[in-house]
Design a protein around this ligand. Structure first.
Ligand code: CMC
Length: 428
């Protein structure tokens, strides 16, 4: 929606830039004609002030600590919805009625198995490979197995690819785990919920019947809901950028998984748990807090801070309550939880963290819950990827269907050596 333009003058220019208004959130200056009219680029490393696209999927108010999928507050979705319904909301924008939900579920579970040949793909990896390395490889390889859903110009193929990715990602994730521990792969069980099926594929063995614990199933579903989407974060922007070239959706999601792996993004939950293990006892917390504050030390308190949330992370609030409930229900007395609670208390009172608005983020608590549920820390980011696939495919689909979509091609401020002549080896 247009509003009063912004007049920019100085440095030899005097132009009016259109200003756009979304349904909520800050206004946006439209700089698409800026270079053509001024010969200048804009400079914004890390995209801290740049809207890279128009989107209708997820809204975050970082100051108020609000997160909404298609307008629905995350707290309400966490309390009343389930992950499959959240996937539907992200993909289609509205709440499904009973019939729509049942059909969606049937469509998804139709795709939970992976091509049998894909099983052999795993044996090419070392057993000690990080499961995220396997995820990047195997999800990218899906394009080699499902040729009938790689034509991005066909809406039906786009939808089938989206369903396949959401359906197969837990299967692949659990296979990566099973491979690492040397246990047989467990086929999906379509009589179970998305979360229940995932737990069964992760933790059951052929010799013993596996009963899904309703507490763990609910906690897993909640973790999936909270991580499903987060507007234009690094991995989602990676998916969009990869997709902007016309790359197939399997390749794009593999690119998103690669980006998610980093410790500043999805890898933070694993890094956070490793950090808690390193701290180990409450009396060592001040030492680590001091290190986090020391400019000369690259150490950061993992699980603290967020690019967008500068007040609190609403996902962390839900996760904190769940952490308490899960540990209580499972009767787990984890000393790391005590370390985490004390660290949270100390950091929240410390002027350094208060002034910089560094609050615990979702990853601070998710590691504790996942550990109590029996997941090794190397699987934490994989679980994030399982959940975020729903957001990635929704954002990818929105981008491909946007008539204004162009290949992503940022510019640069060049500070290297200007043009010079090559010198022959003997003359150097
Ligand atoms: N511990 C200590 N200092 C910190 C931390 C931290 N965790 N996070 C930021 N700071 C300091 C930083 O040193 C800088 O100080 P100064 O202004 O004096 O140079 C200031 O706070 C601003 O930091 P920044 O890196 O410019 O902020 P950013 O918005 O670019 O980074 C972040 C956000 C999440 C990458 C960062 O806070 C961080 O590295 N946190 C730890 C990793 C983490 O938990 N990541 C998970 C994010 S939530 C999951 C997800 O959505 O991916």
């Amino acid at each position: 929606m247009p509003t009063d333009p912004l007049r920019l003058s100085g440095n030899g220019i005097d132009i009016e830039l259109p200003v756009m208004e979304g349904s909520v959130g800050p206004k946006v200056v439209d700089i698409r004609k800026f270079y053509a009219e001024t010969g200048m680029f804009t400079f914004d490393p890390g995209f801290t002030a740049t809207a890279s696209c128009e989107s209708q999927i997820t809204y975050i108010d970082g100051d108020l600590g609000e997160l909404q999928y298609r307008g629905f507050p995350i707290e309400q979705l966490a309390e009343h919805s389930d992950f499959m319904e959240v996937c539907y909301i992200l993909l289609f924008g509205e709440l499904p009625n009973k019939a729509e939900k049942a059909k969606f579920l049937a469509d998804i579970i139709n795709h939970t198995m992976v091509h049998e040949q894909l099983h052999r793909f795993f044996s090419g990896f070392r057993r000690d490979a990080h499961p995220m390395a396997i995820m990047v490889g195997v999800v990218g390889a899906l394009a080699a197995f499902y040729h009938d859903s790689t034509d991005i110009n066909d809406p039906h193929q786009r939808m089938v690819a989206s369903y396949r990715l959401i359906a197969k990602i837990p299967t692949i994730a659990s296979m990566a785990y099973k491979y690492s521990v040397g246990q047989p792969f467990v086929y999906p069980d379509n009589s179970l919920s998305y979360a229940g099926n995932f737990l069964k594929m992760m933790f059951s063995v052929p010799t013993t019947p596996y009963i899904v614990s309703p507490t763990l199933e609910r906690a897993m579903d909640l973790i999936f809901i909270l991580h499903a989407d987060h507007e234009q974060n690094a991995s989602t922007s990676t998916v969009r950028l990869a997709g902007s070239s016309g790359a197939n959706p399997f390749a794009c999601i593999a690119a998103g998984i690669a980006c998610l792996w980093g410790p500043a993004h999805g890898g933070a939950n694993e890094a956070c748990l490793n950090m808690l293990e390193e701290i180990a006892t409450v009396d060592r917390i001040p030492e680590f807090v001091a290190r986090a504050k020391d400019k000369a030390d690259p150490f950061r308190l993992m699980g603290f801070g967020h690019r967008v949330y500068k007040n609190f992370d609403p996902r962390a609030t839900v996760m904190r309550d769940t952490a308490h409930a899960v540990l209580e229900e499972l009767g787990v007395d984890d000393p790391l939880f005590d370390v985490a609670m004390e660290l949270e208390k100390i950091a929240l009172e410390d002027p350094y963290f208060v002034e910089k608005k560094l609050y615990p983020n979702v990853d601070f608590y998710s590691g504790i819950i996942l550990r109590a549920m029996g997941f090794p820390s190397s699987m934490f980011t994989v679980l994030f990827a399982v959940a975020r696939t729903s957001g990635w495919v929704s954002q990818w689909k929105e981008m491909v269907e946007d008539p204004r979509q162009k290949i992503g091609r940022p510019r640069q401020l060049f500070t290297g050596t200007p043009k010079r002549d090559f010198v022959q080896m003997d003359d150097r």
